[in-house]
Design a protein around this ligand. Sequence first.
Ligand code: SF4
Ligand code: SF4
Length: 183
Amino acid sequence: MSETQEQVLNIIKAEEMDPKFKYEISKIHGAEKIMLCYQCGTCTADCPVSRFSNFYRPRKIARMIQLGLKDRILSDKDLWLCTTCYTCIDHCPQNVDIAHVVRVLRNLSVKHTNSMPLVFKELANNLMKTGFVYVIPESRHTRRAQIGLPPLPKTKPQEIAKLFEITGFAKLLENVETFGRVE
Ligand code: SF4
Ligand code: SF4
């Protein structure tokens, strides 16, 4: 069978499977219950992203971890589609914190591929510079005052920058490669 046929059929090869991967993931905070997933599919049925995407399936993510498909899952750009709405956590009969599992995988994915979506890098840079994930224009502050809304809370971006520095996140942001829209 040609390589292209194998890709179309999404065939899993034995050499791709890392039996230790599920145990490594289970040790990370938030992903401890991944082995309890029994593939019922409730998370996928209720996930608002899966409703609109042909690719993103939290149930599939759980299975890929259990099968040890480390390289595949850590290189999968679909990981960045999760909105962290927590619907899957609320509905999972096994209490698998699948949204947290996705967060864990994203962190590992950045290390594995040295890349993240451009929009996430921009949000992190905004947070470091302004204390807000979005840069709030002066006109927005003026408009709030005009309609009698209280000012937005004061932020301490210098403290955030310090945290980013201490944890190495600032350096990571400097060097990480980016990719565009997730398909
Ligand atoms: S709802 Fe829970 S047990 Fe069911 S497939 Fe999703 S993670 Fe696994
Ligand atoms: S947290 Fe992510 S995986 Fe879970 S239901 Fe929401 S979008 Fe889907």
